[in-house]
Design a binder for this molecule. Structure first.
Ligand code: UN1
Length: 486
């Protein structure tokens, strides 16, 4: 079996301790390659390398940095099929979606490459004569990026591309479920001409490598996507660093009585079972007007029963495996809770008896808004159907969770649509479309416990990875005092 190394200061090296771990194919349960179990000492080395590379990278004109990002996009395009296949093997999502994941990375590198020619500041009038005021963007320094396994190429790219274009140097600590994808992404960055030390990769456990990165006094920012619990740990341990968090959701699809039910059905199937429900944006609650509930349930049940489970590499597979054994246990744990809470199980509710980590698509109905299965993030193919009597109640139920990432409403009444847009407490609201499928040039992130108010992607990603410097230039040739002081 092939073994891969850490990437520090432009070199592939073994971890200090030399310990390793294996990445597992979730459709078979078998290992696919060996990776370094980096720890705090490796992080220290990576920080030094990133600090060393910082002055030259920072001084490289942003449009030139952009050229390198364009080259990354080009190489990702050339390697798209291969990368997608590897991703399917490493974390299970079906091949088509894996291609979408790589495409999302291509998109963000292209978008941020273009930002190299913008990175706008402001020019602002002064309250005094012969004085000029403006702002510029400056890099933060060395930044730490901690990425999840569910978008193993796209999410590291969401973080790396804006961090680099802003002139920061980077340490990536990817999820231990997807180190292979991270290694491949770093290889491409290097081939594209990202200079030695500007991007470093430390694979290894969150408890050692991740924690060391979060706590490191000379790392200026942490961008983290993952669980709420780890998000809290980041906040509590990052000191005064700038912290960006994206911590999941309990995303609702509201279906009104006037909705196009066929369209809503497609949206629910795609939102709930796409990526086997393992998206932060996955639709896990269907909040439906009671007058159409029965009809919709029948349609949903019929379509769900037709879904084919299997290896994501096979053409006819609709739903791939969950990422690992623990994920199967977690999803099943919630099935047992749902039953205990008195929700009605319409289908699924059990693991599949075959090698790998498969779980049947699961639908609960007659779910009450306060039940655990309607409150907590399951991160699997489980839907909770909650009947309601009108839009007001639907919005109350939608908002009755601690998360606020994505949301959706199916309706043909423009009034319903705009009320939902205004009232749903979430970072994203879709109208007549599912809860998943954000585009890289728009801000992405959530309200309430989904994060700390930062937004990834789009122009807002630049806020996350730069700071603003305010500049006053007085060309009057005398001392002028602001605030009308004479
Ligand atoms: C995530 O699950 O963390 O909108 C990100 C979507 C994707 C991104 C999901 N573009 O579902």
């Amino acid at each position: 079996m092939k073994s891969y190394k850490l990437f520090i200061g432009g070199k592939w090296i073994k971890s200090v301790k030399g310990e390793t771990f294996k990445s597992i194919d979730p459709s078979t349960g078998k290992p696919i390659a060996i990776f370094q179990k980096g720890n705090g000492e490796d992080i220290e080395k990576a920080v030094r390398a990133a600090e060393k590379a910082l002055p030259a990278w920072k001084d490289t004109p942003a449009p030139k940095r952009g050229q390198i990002l364009f080259k990354v996009a080009k190489l990702l395009k050339q390697n798209k099929d291969q990368l997608a296949k590897l991703m399917t093997q490493e974390m299970g999502k079906v091949l088509n979606e894996a291609k979408g994941d790589v495409q999302e990375a291509i998109d963000i590198f292209e978008y941020m490459g273009g930002e190299g020619r913008r990175l706008f500041g402001h020019t602002v009038p002064s309250e005094l004569k012969d004085k000029f005021c403006m702002t510029i963007r400056q890099p933060l320094g060395v930044v730490g990026l901690i990425s999840p396994w569910n978008f193993p190429i796209a999410i590291p790219s969401w973080k790396i591309a804006p961090a680099l274009i802003c002139g920061n140097t980077v340490i990536l600590k990817p999820s231990s479920d997807t180190p292979f994808c991270a290694v491949k992404l770093i290889e491409i960055l290097t081939e594209a001409g990202v200079p030695a030390g500007a991007v470093n990769l430390v694979t290894g456990p969150g408890s050692t490598a991740g924690t060391a990165l979060i706590k490191h006094p000379r790392v200026r920012a942490i961008s983290f996507t993952g669980s709420k619990e780890t998000g809290k740990f980041v906040t509590e341990n990052a000191g005064l660093k700038k912290v960006g968090l994206e911590l999941g959701g309990k995303n609702p699809i509201i279906i009104m009585e006037d909705a196009n039910l066929k369209l809503a059905l497609e949206g629910v199937l795609w939102g709930a079972f796409g990526t086997t429900g393992q998206r932060c944006t996955a639709a896990s609650r269907v909040i439906i007007h009671k007058s159409v509930k029965e009809k919709f349930e029948k349609m949903l049940l019929q379509s769900t029963k037709k879904l084919v489970l299997g290896s994501g590499l096979k053409k006819d597979t609709d739903i791939g495996p969950l990422v690992n054994k623990k994920a199967v246990e977690k999803v099943h744990h919630y099935t047992l809770i749902g039953k205990k809470e008195g929700a009605k199980l319409l289908c699924g509710g059990m693991p599949v008896n075959r090698p790998g980590y498969f779980y049947k698509p699961t639908i609960f109905t007659e779910v009450k808004p306060n039940m655990k299965i309607a409150q907590e993030e399951i991160f699997g193919p489980t839907i909770a159907i909650i009947p309601v009597k009108n839009l007001d109640e639907a919005i109350n139920v939608a908002n009755n969770v601690t998360y606020g990432l994505s949301s959706s409403i199916y309706t043909n009444d423009i009034r319903n649509a705009f009320i939902a847009i205004e009232k749903i407490e979430a970072g994203l609201t879709y109208v007549n479309s599912s809860t998943i499928g954000s585009e890289v040039h728009l801000p992405f992130g959530g309200t309430k416990d989904t994060g700390n108010g930062t937004r990834e992607a789009g122009w807002t990603a630049l806020e996350e990875f730069s700071e603003v410097k305010t500049i006053y230039i007085d060309y009057s040739g005398r001392l002028q005092k602001a605030q009308s002081i004479t």
